[in-house]
Ligand binder design. Sequence first.
Ligand SMILES: C[S@@+](CC[C@H](N)C(=O)[O-])C[C@H]1O[C@@H](n2cnc3c(N)ncnc32)[C@H](O)[C@@H]1O
Length: 269
Amino acid sequence: MDAVDLDHPNSARVYDYFLGGTANWAIDRVFGDELSKLVPIIRIGARVNREFLGRAVRHAVRNGITQFLDLGSGVPTVGNVHEVADTIDPESRCVYVDCEPVAVAHAKVLLERHGDPARQAVLHADLRDVDAVWKAALATRVLDPTQPIGLLMVSVLHFLDPQEEVPGVVAAYRDLLPPGSQLVISHATFDAVPDEQLRQFQAGVELYRQAGIAASPRDRETIRSYFGDFELAEPGLTWLPEWHVNDGPALLREQPAACCFVGGLGVKR
Ligand SMILES: C[S@@+](CC[C@H](N)C(=O)[O-])C[C@H]1O[C@@H](n2cnc3c(N)ncnc32)[C@H](O)[C@@H]1O
């Protein structure tokens, strides 16, 4: 596994800091505090994203998904995918994938202590290496490629650089998925964001850039295009606090656009 880079803040560890986790270093906390000053809503935004992830996983399980591939899964925190899925289907399965060594190491420890190797696995990989990730995910034998898979790309695609790669990467995963699979995406956007948050988030993106982290909010049409011909489940691509809000907690319901994140779930027919 690659050495942990402690000379630069890292998106996985900064996100963990925002969620109240302990898998972060001083450099991540200093960066996170600076970012929070520029974008005061960002900590709540991280929780909004986790809430969306939980609602989307529950929706997928209720609609026949028994196994998940979680790309850019992050440091394990409250409401991990397998934990959420297990509340509805105790036999659910999940493979986690992340490129950040700290996130992967924490996930391994969590699964060694509390997991079931027949039902969960974690891979250290770059999600852009589609074929390698797919082969490695199937080699765990946790996933059954003949059955629908819930593919999660939650708050990760805006970190891909160069952004020109994103459509091809997502399309390659869409093609690999068996029929009936479901694709969940959440993504940062500047489209129709209130002026105040827009200015703040633009400053935040610039701060990320200076720290060597590419963060690319995209317009809704572009994000919508990542679902290809998958059928978007109701209510379509929405602000995260507007998506299936009756199925669990949803912060920022009163000002959904302030979170600057949209998301949705598409089904492969
Ligand atoms: C903001 S966190 C999101 C974590 C989780 N998906 C969630 O929504 O709570 C983004 C994660 O994507 C990971 N990531 C970024 N680029 C990646 C890549 N190319 N391949 C795999 N993981 C990546 C980061 O390491 C980080 O853990």
